[in-house]
Design a protein around this ligand. Structure first.
Ligand SMILES: NC(=O)C1=CN([C@@H]2O[C@H](COP(=O)(O)OP(=O)(O)OC[C@H]3O[C@@H](n4cnc5c(N)ncnc54)[C@H](OP(=O)(O)O)[C@@H]3O)[C@@H](O)[C@H]2O)C=CC1
Ligand SMILES: O=C(O)CCC(=O)C(=O)O
Ligand SMILES: [Mg+2]
Length: 745
């Protein structure tokens, strides 16, 4: 039997993290090879996922394995050690752009069928749908989530507090959410008494049975929910809130998470656009339909489709769209310089990142004139919107948070085994008719959960497996014990799903020694208030939350505390025993790619990658008995600390140190730490020449890295960059490359 060397799998993703990887991976390999550690790649980028889906359209050489499925399998093995960088959760617009780029590069992929008619087109669209939205994370996250600001990072932020805009008590910014007819309002939930196979069906008032999903296999003790968003209530809500913003003179802004709730939120988004431009849709609705306009994909889709119209018709439509603005409120902008509004694309305003940005800005967003203004932040679903109103209330009363003194709020999030919304994509439906939506036991015909619904309502089923909840509770207790911090479970007893969760949390807490630990359960609004009262006193509090709040809070608090979620440590202890180490808690920062393309400056901060690599090495060392890995982990942590102390983070400004320069300093400090340590003499001897060389060449390397900036850079593509061009752009220092080559094993 041959034993594999200890292996770390490093994902290749998209946009800024993909660029950073082109430079960082060769550095990593130079450091891990002497310890006998293999670092292999797994390409789960959007382009690779699209190519893997359509082998029959490609030449042999163009075909890709289904790396995501393989990696998903790996997460179920005890020796998994995966470093996962953020990837694009694609909107339809991004997917179409990716297909176009691949086609232009000679891949004979079929076009995306926007308006599928034939069976063949419908099948193609269903295959493409697999690549849309949050298609990667639910597959890989076979464990719950442990996200926190490492001590060194928190201390750095305290010493170097980022700017926070002031909050005024007179701020008129607020959150608006539905008070009835939303998912919260009509939710029903139960815990299964045994394993069951169920189907999802709509019994129409005309007596017809429409089977929406023929079979879902459920495990014993699983929690299942049935909930719906009433279309009528949603439209009334939008009408009222748009009018309220106009009358009271605040900007209107819509915040959804169309990536993670990839079926429901584009619909929720599209309704808002149609209500806002109601008059234009009333007049041109038929034309839009004929053109195949789908505003669930944003106004971008509408503008693109009407571009094909004769000029006079196009101008008439545009005039009518503009006319709507006269009796509508001002819209918040995503990019005021380019005239891109909040309605441009559902993925442009992603709640987890967009709401913290607004709160950091003193509750303001930019208007069409580029100025910061108060805003009505509309999040239709009340379930989680209320936490934002609570933090806004708090800021109005107490003023902005002070990063120099505030406490920290780590998160333990429930997400394993496609928990809650993660597993809902194939169980979410826009209902075609009025009727009764049932979750029915296939064997007995028993109706487990039932809802009265109307045509256009969005109905969905969510589920959480018992083992995932048990693991989540264990993780929360472990984190409480290791950190000494109190834990608050953010659970609302009035929400049926969470009432079921509370029962299980209480039950599973008994499995642990909780003596001396402070563990409480509070509704979200109370939990937010309690946590904030502590935060401003410099006290730390772990939030243990469901999947959505895991996402929301792990951008919200890091952005307040550290200025960005890029500096988070984000660990997924896989339930099968392995580990996945995510980098940061944010996304793939598309703006950063644009800056690189125009000015050859990459402001992406790889701190998240540095932190993830250290825990990955530490874990590998512990599990494989590789003592060198542990030394690498310890010295990498020390190097990261030094990087922070010496302020070698990338700057946002072209001409200053960027991602590549920051990675150089990491390599320098890491080599120096390795050369100086006494735990492993072999490693010390190995890295001493590199430490010397990099220190000697520091000025040359920094100058070589700076010299390329200020001019456009060509990486040969956006979704599928050319590897040679990418390498040339991201590794432009001959001196640095030569030093790394000299230590190649
Ligand atoms: N884990 C994952 O796979 C995740 C993927 N995503 C996906 O990423 C894409 C973009 O999402 P979006 O909501 O715009 O969020 P991003 O986090 O990509 O962007 C928000 C802003 O955060 C800052 N930022 C985030 N990470 C870094 C970093 N490492 N270094 C420096 N700055 C950083 C940037 O601010 P500035 O521009 O001011 O420098 C950026 O513009 C989407 O496709 C989304 O679905 C989103 C979240 C997680
Ligand atoms: O899966 C996604 O689309 C994004 C996930 C995300 O934002 C997060 O995990 O913080
Ligand atoms: Mg997030």
């Amino acid at each position: 039997m041959t034993t594999q060397p200890p292996t770390i799998i490093y994902t290749l993703t998209d946009e800024a993290p993909r660029l950073a990887t082109a430079s960082f991976l060769p550095i990593i390999r130079s450091f891990t090879a002497p310890a006998g550690i293999r670092v292999i790649e797994s390409d789960i980028s959007l382009a690779a996922r699209v190519l893997a889906e359509f082998p029959e359209f490609l030449t042999e050489a163009q075909r890709r394995p289904n790396a995501l499925a393989e990696l998903g399998q790996k997460t179920l093995q005890a020796d998994a050690n995966i470093i996962k960088l953020p990837n694009i959760s694609a909107s339809v617009g991004q997917l179409i752009a990716c297909i176009k780029e691949l086609q232009d590069k000679g891949h004979a992929l079929p076009d995306y069928p926007n308006d599928p008619q034939t069976g063949e087109e419908k099948a193609l669209r269903a295959r493409y749908a697999k690549c849309i939205g949050s298609a990667v994370n639910p597959v890989l996250r076979e464990g719950n989530s442990d996200r926190r600001a490492p001590k060194a990072v928190k201390e750095y932020a305290r010493k170097n507090p980022h700017a926070m805009a002031e909050w005024s008590q007179a701020s008129r910014s607020h959150v608006s959410h539905m008070h009835h007819g939303d998912f919260y309002h009509g939710e029903k939930s139960l815990t299964l008494d045994k394993a069951r196979d169920v189907k999802l069906e709509l019994i129409t008032h005309g007596g017809q049975t429409i089977v929406l999903k023929p079979k879902v296999a459920l495990l014993d003790r699983e929690i299942i929910d049935s909930m719906f968003m009433s279309k009528k209530a949603l439209l009334d809500f939008y009408e009222k809130e748009i009018e309220d913003a106009r009358k009271t003179g605040v900007m209107f802004s819509l915040h959804v998470k169309a990536t993670m709730m990839k079926v429901s939120h584009p619909i929720v988004f599209g309704h808002c656009v149609k209500i806002f431009y109601k008059d234009a849709f009333a007049k041109h609705g038929k034309l839009f339909e004929a053109l195949g306009v789908n505003v669930n994909n944003g106004m971008a889709s509408l503008y693109e489709k009407i571009a094909t119209l004769p000029q006079s018709k196009r101008e008439e439509v545009l005039k009518d769209l503009h006319a709507c603005h006269e009796h509508r409120p001002e819209l918040a902008m995503v990019d005021s310089a380019k005239g891109i509004t909040n309605f441009h694309s559902p993925n442009d305003i992603i709640v987890d990142a967009s709401m913290p940005a607004m709160i950091r800005n003193g509750g303001k967003m930019r208007g069409a004139d580029g100025r910061l203004k108060d805003v009505k932040a509309v999040m239709p679903e009340s379930t989680f919107a209320r936490i934002y109103q609570e933090i806004i209330n708090f800021c109005k009363w107490h003023g902005a948070f002070d990063p120099a003194t505030m406490g920290t709020v780590p998160n333990v999030g429930l997400m394993a085994q496609q928990a809650e919304e993660y597993g809902s994509h194939d169980k979410t439906f826009e209902l075609p008719q009025d009727g009764v939506a049932n979750i029915t036991d296939l064997a007995t015909g028993e109706v487990l959960l039932s809802q009265n619904v109307q045509a256009g309502d969005i109905w969905r089923m969510c589920q959480v497996k018992d083992a995932a909840i048990r693991d989540w509770v264990k993780l929360a207790v472990t984190r409480a014990r290791n950190s000494g911090m109190p834990v608050v479970f953010w659970l609302d007893a009035y929400r049926p799903h969470e009432a079921q969760l509370i029962t299980k949390v209480k039950m599973y807490l008994h499995e642990h020694d909780t003596a001396g630990l402070d563990i409480q359960i509070m509704s979200q609004v109370r939990a937010m208030r309690y946590t904030l009262e502590r935060v401003i006193r410099g006290l730390d509090t772990i939030s243990a939350t469901g999947n959505i709040l895991r996402d929301y809070l792990t951008d919200l608090f890091p952005i307040m505390e550290l200025g960005t979620s890029a500096k988070m440590l984000s660990i997924v202890p896989l339930m099968a025993g392995g580990g996945m180490y995510e980098t940061g808690a944010g996304g793939s920062a598309p703006k950063h790619v644009q800056q690189l393309a125009e000015e050859n400056h990459l402001r992406w901060d790889s701190l998240g990658e540095f932190l993830a690599l250290a825990v990955s090495l530490e874990d590998l060392g512990r599990k494989t008995g590789n003592a060198k890995a542990k030394v690498l982990a310890k010295t990498l942590d020390a190097a990261t600390g030094k990087l922070l102390d010496n302020n070698r983070n990338p700057s946002a400004k072209t001409g200053q140190l960027d991602n590549r320069g920051s990675q150089f300093y990491l390599a320098l400090y890491w080599a120096q730490e390795l050369a100086a340590q006494a735990d492993d003499a072999e490693l010390a001897r190995w890295f001493a020449p590199l430490a010397r060389q990099l220190a000697d060449d520091e000025q040359t390397i920094v100058a070589e890295l700076a010299a390329v900036q200020g001019r456009p850079a060509d990486i040969g593509g956006y979704y599928l960059p050319d590897p040679a061009k990418l390498d040339a752009v991201m590794r432009p220092s001959p001196a640095f490359n030569a030093a790394l080559r000299a230590v190649a094993v």
